[in-house]
Design a protein. Structure first.
Length: 250
């Protein structure tokens, strides 16, 4: 399917679901995970069970999150985040399912009721025991050089960034909303994901099986390209520069 034909299907639709991964944020200066130079080429992920049983693992978690927090203070949404926000403004967005923890979709202005953060967010810190929420700034500013992992001032429990770590259970309410949107989507558009992590990567399949037109926009090939109706391998910013005029009346 050519871009023009894809755009002709998108323009009238009021049930578009976007599914985004780290690739949408690289043009904002946030590295993705699996491209050359990505996060997993520099850090090892801290598994949830290790976080719970080892102070050294908790400290490793906080070193990675402190580095990420310094970066997140500076980054801004890019044109792709704003293009998706504009789908909501036009009444076309059924929902936005993101795997990203950088908070850039929220900063771009997508409303909470249209956004599911499947893997949580690094823009919040919570106590794993009592659930108390903390602003990241108040936690990170206290992390001196050789710090011990921070604990809750209310109950002494472990504090952790509010992202979902490998081995940690997925947020049930977020999974339920993503499931409903995937089943109801007319058009399901994957943006910037290698589609290698489950259960997140099952949602494009659920949408396709439920009759949605499946589109994948990604620099590299993905395991679901062969079931997609539309595939664009290229830069995301450039893709939206070409799509936007075809789907808006401007
Ligand atoms: N334009 C187009 N595609 C891009 C761009 C860009 N500017 N930058 C990166 N990409 C593509 C890469 O080709 C890659 O396939 O985005 C994809 C990003 O894939 P990953 O780094 O695997 O990120 P993601 O799919 O979001 O990872 C899923 O894995 O590590 C866990 O929980 C973490 O949410 C994350 C999940």
């Amino acid at each position: 399917m050519k871009l023009e034909a894809f755009a002709a299907r998108v323009r009238p639709s009021r049930a578009v679901v976007f599914f985004t991964g780290a690739g949408i944020s690289t043009e904002s200066g946030v590295p993705d995970f699996r491209s050359p130079g990505g996060v997993w080429t520099k850090y090892q992920p801290v598994l949830f069970q290790d976080f719970m049983t080892s102070e050294a693992a908790r400290i490793q978690h906080w070193r990675l999150k402190k580095a990420t927090y310094e970066l997140f203070k500076t980054v801004r949404p890019n044109s792709a985040h704003l293009a998706i926000r504009d789908f909501e403004l036009r009444g076309q967005l059924l929902g936005l399912i993101t795997q990203n923890i950088d908070g850039l979709h929220k900063l771009a202005g997508v409303s909470d009721e249209k956004l599911v953060e499947l893997h949580g967010t690094d823009r919040l810190v919570t106590c794993l025991t009592c659930g108390k929420r903390f602003e990241p700034a108040e936690v990170y500013e206290d992390l001196a050089e050789n710090f011990t992992a921070p604990t809750c001032d209310a109950c002494g429990g472990y504090l952790k960034s509010a992202n979902v770590s490998f081995g940690q259970s997925m947020p049930p309410e977020a999974m339920q909303r993503a499931q409903v949107w995937s089943e109801q989507a007319e058009i399901f558009i994957v943006i910037g994901s290698s589609l290698q992590v489950q259960p997140a990567a099952s949602f494009p399949v659920i949408a396709k099986r439920a009759g949605a037109l499946l589109a994948i926009v990604n620099r590299d090939a993905t395991p679901l390209d062969n079931i997609a109706d539309f595939v664009h391998n290229g830069a995301i910013g450039e893709f939206f520069e070409r799509l936007n005029p075809l789907v808006t009346n401007t």
